[in-house]
Ligand binder design. Structure first.
Ligand code: ATP
Ligand code: LTN
Length: 347
């Protein structure tokens, strides 16, 4: 079919004055400092100037089925949602919901699958990394970015605040939308990734050449600081972070482990890097690590306290997620109707 003989379709609805933001995290395991500094912190910081939708992407978590514990997945989705709120998302300003509660995501993903060349998916860095060394690779893992594209496009999203590792997926989302437009006419808003200037790629404390990640943290206790870690565990992980045998604390000259610690400190402290460098100059890495412990413990204490309060009232959280899903569904259903009309399916 060519655009000229495509059926008439509903136009993209008028845009509100605020940019629409959409983002999500997988409930694969407990969130860590990289998730907070790379994504969650940005979500909270911009929420009152934007129109926000934040999702717990439980269907994405199924793409590595061996790592999933079905008995706990539902509870983990709830606890990741509680973590969003505990980190400062205001449910009045932000719609918070669980992906599988809004069935339009999977339906839209199918429609997008049909316009997505296989080669685009095979080229994704995350797909290559997650399949490396695996014998059996699920189709869901290959298709992961198409479901992510559906998540984003369903909400007429302008901005997607994410860590650096997700930029390629957001670019693919735009490519899929553009290809759909060529085939069937314009129905989507084209989104862009928004990546923080600092903290977009926090590295593993035990191996500063790899990204801090939930899956590695499950296997290696010293890899990450988790947002729910008590102060002792935070101290232990940071004090044993891998550095080097020098005393170099100037960011530009420092080794990867030291840069990572300086980055964490700078983002949470807010002062310019030069001021922090001067504060620990010549004092060795022990002083740097102590400063990082202090700032991380301080940043996480209020989040942990709010999380505990939310856990104490599970019915309230469930009600909030039900309201979130209902609100999300209103937008998602309208977009999906445009998509179906464009391709000529549906009643
Ligand atoms: P997994 O190991 O299960 O893939 P993950 O730790 O990579 O998990 P995701 O759920 O994939 O976490 O990511 C959620 C958000 O956190 C995304 O926006 C991602 O870019 C961001 N993020 C993840 N890890 C880091 C990190 N080390 N530094 C900065 N941002 C990160
Ligand atoms: N792939 C993302 C999680 C994710 C996402 C999204 C992020 C799924 N759908 C939509 C932003 C927008 C990750 O962080 N691993």
């Amino acid at each position: 079919m060519t655009p000229s003989d495509a059926p008439p379709i509903g136009a993209v609805p008028p845009r509100g004055p605020r940019p629409r933001v959409f983002s999500g995290m997988q409930p694969t395991s407990d969130l860590h400092l990289g998730n907070y500094l790379g994504a969650l912190r940005q979500w909270v910081a911009g929420q009152h100037e934007r129109d926000n939708v934040f999702c717990v992407v439980d269907l994405h978590a199924l793409t590595i089925p061996e790592a999933i514990d079905p008995a706990h997945l539902r509870a983990r989705s709830r606890s990741v949602a509680a973590m969003y709120l505990a980190s400062g998302l205001d449910p009045e300003a932000s719609t918070v919901f669980v992906q599988s509660h809004v069935p339009e995501h999977t339906e839209c993903a199918w429609l997008l699958n049909c316009v997505t060349p296989l080669g685009w998916l095979q080229r994704m860095t995350q797909f290559k990394a997650k399949t490396d060394g695996r014998e059996s690779i699920g189709t869901g893992l290959l298709d992961y970015p198409v479901l992510q594209a559906a998540d984003i496009l369903l909400y007429d999203t302008d901005e997607v605040p994410v860590g650096e590792d997700q930029v390629q997926h957001i670019e693919l989302t735009r490519d899929i939308a553009v290809r759909f437009h060529h085939l069937f006419g314009e129905v989507f808003v084209l989104p862009k990734a928004v990546v923080p200037k600092s903290g977009a790629r926090i590295m593993g404390l035990d191996e500063p050449t790899v990204k801090m990640s939930k899956s590695i943290a499950d296997e290696r206790p010293g890899h990450a600081v988790r947002l729910l870690d008590p102060p002792d565990a935070i101290r232990k992980a940071i004090m044993s972070a891998v550095t080097d045998s020098e005393r170099e604390t100037r960011f530009e000259q420092a080794s990867p482990g030291v840069r990572n610690l300086l980055t964490i400190w700078q983002v949470l402290d807010g002062r310019p890097m030069a001021e922090l460098e001067a504060e620990v100059d010549g004092k060795g890495y022990g002083a740097l690590k102590k400063a990082v412990v202090a700032v991380v413990v301080d940043a996480l204490a209020p989040i942990q306290a709010r999380y505990a309060e939310l856990q104490a009232d599970p019915a309230e959280l469930d009600a909030l997620l039900a309201r979130g899903a209902e609100r999300a569904r209103g937008t998602a259903a309208a977009t999906l109707a445009r998509v179906k009309a464009a391709v000529g399916v549906g009643a």
